[in-house]
Write a protein that binds this ligand. Structure first.
Ligand SMILES: [Zn+2]
Length: 153
């Protein structure tokens, strides 16, 4: 399942990426642009905007959507899990910032690019070519895991 998130659910988009899901999020896109991209790429629209859902593309079934009911992230993730039955377990598959698939990199090759403590304590590293950013299973990863556990696995 692939998604496009509107401007009101940007944080949710990032958390879905942390679970490896393909979520486009363009915070400058208008409703028209979001709808066009969703049609062109076959994505489900995640939105909190009921006006958006009044549009014909949703009413006539051209486009799928999920109306996100709550403004709290935890409740949003809970809704995604119960409505769509998709897995919400953290994994390092996708860049949280840009949705790009990460590539595995050798620890020895990036010694100068990461903090010494991280180099000493971590094993697996991934890289986003688009953002020039490295990922590993550090404290942040553990925090995400706890949030996902909280909404019930
Ligand atoms: Zn990126």
């Amino acid at each position: 399942m692939r998604f496009i998130a509107d401007i009101m659910v940007g944080k949710l988009a990032k958390y879905l990426r942390m679970a490896g899901h393909d979520v486009l999020y363009i915070n400058t896109a208008s409703d028209d642009e979001i709808i066009k991209i969703a049609i062109d790429t076959g994505r489900m629209v995640l939105t909190r905007d009921s006006l958006m859902l009044a549009r014909k593309e949703f009413k006539n079934g051209t486009l799928k959507n999920l109306y996100i009911k709550n403004e709290k992230l935890k409740n949003q993730l809970g809704q995604i899990k119960s409505d769509l039955k998709i897995s919400l377990k953290p994994n390092l598959v996708r860049c949280v910032e840009c949705n790009q698939i990460l590539v595995r990199v050798k620890k020895e090759d990036i010694k100068n690019k990461i903090p010494p403590y991280v180099f000493k304590t971590q094993q697996g590293f991934l890289y986003c070519k688009k953002c020039d950013k490295y990922y590993w299973k550090g404290t942040h990863y553990q925090n995400i895991k706890n949030i996902f556990l909280d909404i019930g696995q």
